[in-house]
Write a protein that binds this ligand. Sequence first.
Ligand SMILES: [Zn+2]
Length: 178
Amino acid sequence: MTLQRFARFAAGAAAAVVLPLAGAGTAAAAPLDAVELYYDASGLPDYQAEATQAAANWNNSVHNVHLNDGGAATIIMHETTGGGSYTTTDGHGSGDIYIDTQQVAEGNDPTRIIAHEIGHNLGLPDHYEGPCSELMSGHGPGISCKNAMPDAQESAQVEANFANGFVTVRLPEKHIYR
Ligand SMILES: [Zn+2]
């Protein structure tokens, strides 16, 4: 089921693409506006403030892509219980994020989890062996790690991923925060 869901989202991603060009048909050298992404956190009733903070952390760290609450959302957040938090995403601004309430109850920081899963939606892979200062180290540094900000390298990678507007980045598997 997961694979099928993913395939559906991957296929849907192409149709969801919005060209963020400053002017239609401008030359490649023309500066691009930030890619505006829209997320829907209404499915996270218990983590509204955390979702807002996680998005703000990314917005304060990168310029080539900007996360907005509401609108025609392509990043949809949901709560789930058990099994770990994860996302199914095309790695470029479209996906579903599932936050495991049980994992939060165990002591994992929800803002960090949400920011981590957003990171996947912005094209970053897991790096569990990394330190707490990295968002994509996920559960790796342990539940005492509450950092919800991307580090400089992660921010730079996302900047690169969105430097030319929408490009094809594929994360071919479900990324589980555990
Ligand atoms: Zn992950």
